[in-house]
Design a protein around this ligand. Structure first.
Ligand SMILES: [Zn+2]
Length: 221
C-alpha cells in the first residue's frame, strides 16, 4: 500500500482590538483592549501542494476567523475603569470556559493516570471501580480549580491598564495619530508582551458598540 506523507503548515496570528461598550453596572461607556491568538492549520500532499498555495489557503482561513472575532458581539475581558468590575457576561463566559477545561482535564488526567495506577496497585476491587473513583475525584478537583481561577464579579484591585474612559481613549488616538501609529497596536505594546517571533500580528482596529458612538478621527489599522 502506498504511504502518503502529508505536510502541515500552521499560521499563528496574534490579533488585538479595542471595543467600546456600556458598563452594565455604572452605565458609563468605556473602551477596553482584547487580544487573542488564532492558529490555523492546513494539510497538503507534498508533490501536489506548493508552499505558496498552502500559505494562501492558511491566510484565507485566518482572515475568515479574524473577521468573525472582529464582529463578535461579546469578546474579551477587562474591568470598567470607573467601577472596576468585570461585566456579567465576561464572568459567565470565563466560568464556563474554566469549568469546562478544569473538569475535562481533571476527569481525563486524574481519572486516566489514577485509574491506571489504582489498577496496577490493586487499590480497589476492580479496575472499573478504580477508574470511576479516580475519574469522579479528578472531575471534582478540576471543577474546583476551574472555579477558583475564573474571573470574579466583585470590585477588582488591578487590570485597569486594559480599559480607558472616553477622554483617555480619545487622547490615545490623538497621540498615536500624531506619531503615525495604529492606536490599538500602540496600546497593546504598551501593556502586553511582544507576541512570539513565529506569530503574525494583526490589529482588528476599533469597534464601537455604544449608541451614540464616540466621535473619533478615522485611522487606518
Ligand atoms: Zn462601570
Amino acid at each position: 500500500m502506498p504511504v502518503v506523507a502529508y505536510k502541515k503548515m500552521t499560521l499563528n496570528v496574534r490579533h488585538v482590538q479595542a471595543r467600546r461598550i456600556d458598563c452594565e453596572f455604572c452605565r458609563q461607556p468605556f473602551t477596553y483592549l482584547t487580544d487573542d491568538t488564532e492558529s490555523v492549520g492546513v494539510t497538503g500532499v507534498p508533490v501536489m501542494s506548493s508552499d505558496d498555495r498552502m500559505r494562501k489557503s492558511a491566510t484565507k482561513k485566518a482572515e475568515k476567523a479574524l473577521e468573525r472575532h472582529a464582529n463578535a458581539a461579546e469578546r474579551g475581558e477587562a474591568i470598567c475603569p470607573r467601577c472596576r468590575r468585570y461585566q456579567p457576561w465576561m464572568v459567565k463566559s470565563s466560568l464556563t470556559t474554566n469549568l469546562g477545561c478544569g473538569g475535562c482535564c481533571g476527569l481525563l488526567v486524574v481519572g486516566g493516570v489514577g485509574g491506571l495506577a489504582s489498577a496496577a496497585m490493586h487499590w480497589f476491587d476492580s479496575p472499573t471501580t478504580g477508574f470511576t473513583v479516580m475519574g469522579v475525584g479528578g472531575l471534582l478537583i478540576g471543577l474546583a480549580i476551574g472555579k477558583a481561577i475564573a474571573l470574579k464579579s466583585g470590585r477588582q484591585d488591578s487590570g485597569e491598564e486594559r480599559s480607558m474612559t472616553d477622554d483617555e481613549f480619545r487622547a490615545l488616538v490623538k497621540g498615536s495619530m500624531d506619531r503615525d501609529e495604529d492606536p490599538v497596536s500602540s496600546w497593546f505594546f504598551d501593556v502586553a508582551d511582544e507576541p512570539p517571533a513565529d506569530h503574525a500580528f494583526v490589529s482588528l482596529g476599533y469597534l464601537d458598540l455604544v449608541d451614540p458612538p464616540l466621535p473619533l478621527p478615522e485611522w487606518k489599522a
